[in-house]
Design a protein around this ligand. Structure first.
Ligand SMILES: Nc1nc2c(ncn2[C@@H]2O[C@H](COP(=O)(O)OP(=O)(O)O)[C@@H](O)[C@H]2O)c(=O)[nH]1
Ligand SMILES: [Mg+2]
Length: 245
């Protein structure tokens, strides 16, 4: 609970068998989280056994993709404040307190991983990823005239139930570029948002998205196409096409 508001944490999982128990426990130990929901997205064998040792509730989402997993988590959550994070131990559970500090001022609080002093040694945020995320965020900031943005790939975020109810029906992306779609839809709905620095650490286990530079480059390119496409109000057909490439 935060000021009498129930807090839900959503953790999508695909390849985090070796870290998920620790991350769930880290959130649990804060003593303020009311529900933790793990969305098992055809995750690695052994994941369910690890989740069963924690206080989290596990839900299975058969549609593959980060976006599909998060949308399922949003639908399953019951809190007035809903937090999305990752179970790969790249983020600090305690940073949730920083998100909560802003939740009365804005509808959505986004994390950013590109502030140098918050990037830990060994974190997957080298020159290419840092400036690539920054530049794509600047493109979004300029063409949608948003407030200050410095990352499009940070998956640690908080949204209020009221904002979630308005944004959920318009979220379309099922794949890895769900994050920037959510940001743009929020701005288009005039939801108030701010981006704040979060600690970014080395990952436990292997990344299946930005760990590979070639994959990260093409994901960045898709994000740029998505941003420009949504500026021209291209719809679901455009997104499905972009997801198939
Ligand atoms: N690659 C991938 N990640 C998924 C999928 N469904 C959910 N995820 C989650 O997406 C998040 C990002 O994946 P990760 O491998 O950590 O990529 P990175 O953060 O770019 O290093 C993790 O929390 C995954 O569990 C999926 O179908 N594919
Ligand atoms: Mg990750």
């Amino acid at each position: 609970m935060y000021k009498n508001k129930k807090i839900s944490v959503i953790l999508p999982t695909y390849n985090e068998k070796d870290s998920i128990r620790k991350v769930v426990n880290d959130f649990n130990q804060l003593g303020i989280i009311d529900e933790i929901i793990v969305i098992n997205n055809n995750a690695a064998a052994g994941t369910s056994e690890e989740v069963a040792k924690t206080k989290a509730r596990e839900v299975f989402e058969p549609i593959q993709g980060y976006g599909a997993a998060i949308k399922r988590g949003f639908k399953e959550s019951t809190g007035e404040l809903v937090v999305v994070c990752e179970p790969d131990d790249t983020f600090l559970a305690a940073d949730i307190l920083k998100f909560l500090a802003y939740c009365e001022d804005v509808d959505i609080v986004y994390g950013t991983r590109t502030v140098s002093h918050f990037i830990w040694e060994g974190a997957n945020m080298g020159v290419f990823l840092k400036w690539g995320n920054w530049a794509t965020a600047k493109l979004m900031e300029v063409i949608f005239n948003t407030n200050y943005l410095s990352d499009v790939g940070c998956t640690y975020r908080l949204i209020s139930r009221k904002a979630l109810n308005s944004i959920l029906p318009v979220l379309c992306v099922n794949s890895n570029f769900f994050g920037p779609e959510m940001m743009i839809r929020g701005f288009q709905l005039h939801l108030k948002a701010i981006q704040i620095p979060v600690n970014y650490k080395d990952r436990i286990g292997t990344s299946s998205v930005t760990g590979d530079l070639k994959k990260a480059f093409f994901l960045g390119l898709k994000m740029i196409i998505l941003i420009i496409g949504l500026r021209f109000n291209l719809g679901a057909k455009f997104i499905r096409l972009l997801e198939r490439i």
